[in-house]
Design a binder for this molecule. Sequence first.
Ligand SMILES: [Mg+2]
Ligand SMILES: [Zn+2]
Length: 294
Amino acid sequence: MSSSSAAVAEAVACCRLEKQQRRRLAAFDFDHTIVAQNTDTVVRDLLPPEVVSSRALNELVENDCWTEYMSEVFRLLHEQQVTEARIRDTIRVIPEVPGFVRLIKHLHKKLNFDMIIISDSNSVFIDEWVKAHNLADCFVAIFTNPAEFDSNGQLQVRPHHQQSECKLSASNLCKGRVLEHFVIEQDLRRSIRYDHVFYVGDGNNDICPVLRQRACDFACARQGFAMEKHLIRNRNKLKLRAHLLVWKSGFDLMEQMLALPQMQVSQVDLETAEGQAEMARRASAVAGPTKPTN
Ligand SMILES: [Mg+2]
Ligand SMILES: [Zn+2]
């Protein structure tokens, strides 16, 4: 049996064993969505300013290849004896976009969301930050450019994939393709179907995934950033099917999500223990503290 037909057989076997589950998915960008800065530029700025502004380095950006540019940045950081520990320390202290740590924990613990990150940063930076903020258990998967420190202590990063079909996305990462593949895999391998998919982002590379969303999904764009501006400016031309939610912070996004009719406890939720607990919690919150009996 070939490996692909073995994979299909395995997926079919899984489907027979597991009852289909209906859940919700939240997919997040990382830089300027979960964290308040760009992880790559924060680390790049550990280099002396004259190196950052050097012509040799900037030619790589003009060539439009960000992963190659960052590879050169990591080589220079190693040359300048910037250690792995210093890079990791720098990443850990990047502030969150206000309210995002709370939002992610709430969606995970209280609302039973599946969550993923799709980011053009790299696995070392994202893992470091996510672990430092106790969020590692919240994510089902993190899709980004794979990276590791080699035996010399130099950070090596590789493209997530190579693609040329999607013109909206960079050659190393089409977030729309990643999101679609994830949703299909969850259905085939785990019998999980998503009633609603929330995609949360800020940048131009977050346009591709939201244009592939369904009418029951939500495109959540950060207010005042490129994604929101692009979606609003080209509203008619782009034919966005998903509902557009414009957010200012994690607190604001959580409020908007909790107010959605789609987020109220449904029949599906009632079949689960979490759903029943949630209903009981809401009922007691509405009733207020019970009056002591005399
Ligand atoms: Mg971003
Ligand atoms: Zn794309």
